[in-house]
Design a protein around this ligand. Structure first.
Ligand code: SF4
Length: 142
């Protein structure tokens, strides 16, 4: 198992964000969570060692974006670079969760139909109201 956090920061978005652990941790460290920035790990999934081998070994599950929401709007400018790296690493399986599933279609790359079997998308829902709203999107994406 590996972790990939290419960028960080998020805005509270729905009732389920009330106890967001990212905001809590950032508040303790006096970091403004509302500023979305690339991390120094942006390219970590394609970084190589001195032997020219990927540092992140093949065959792993990679949990993505646990200090942001992958579909957050401010990341639109650099998400495509993430998709390219994800496609390049078809030997890994990526998992991310989002509260912004309604943005999914505008956030996927133009070549989504050609590859990306190595990506699992999850949507977190906190109550019946959100479930009804988000399920509608999920079912449309089938
Ligand atoms: S969407 Fe997720 S990361 Fe963003 S504020 Fe809500 S709980 Fe936190």
């Amino acid at each position: 198992m590996a972790v990939y956090n290419p960028f960080r920061g998020c805005h509270k978005f729905s009732e389920g964000c009330k106890y967001c652990y990212i905001h809590k941790g950032d508040a303790r460290r006096k970091i403004d969570t509302n500023i979305i920035v690339k991390t120094k790990n942006f390219t970590s999934i394609i970084d190589k060692n001195n032997k020219g081998e990927y540092k992140v070994k093949a065959g792993q599950m990679v949990y993505m974006c646990f200090s942001t929401d992958f579909l957050i709007q401010e990341a639109d400018v650099f998400r495509n670079d993430c998709w390219k790296m994800i496609k390049q690493r078809s030997d890994l399986h990526f998992v991310f969760l989002t509260k912004r599933i309604e943005r999914f279609m505008e956030c996927i790359p133009s070549d989504w139909a050609d590859g990306y079997d190595n990506v699992t998308v999850g949507c977190t829902v906190e109550n019946q109201k959100e479930l009804i709203k988000d399920l509608k999107y999920f079912l449309n994406y089938q």
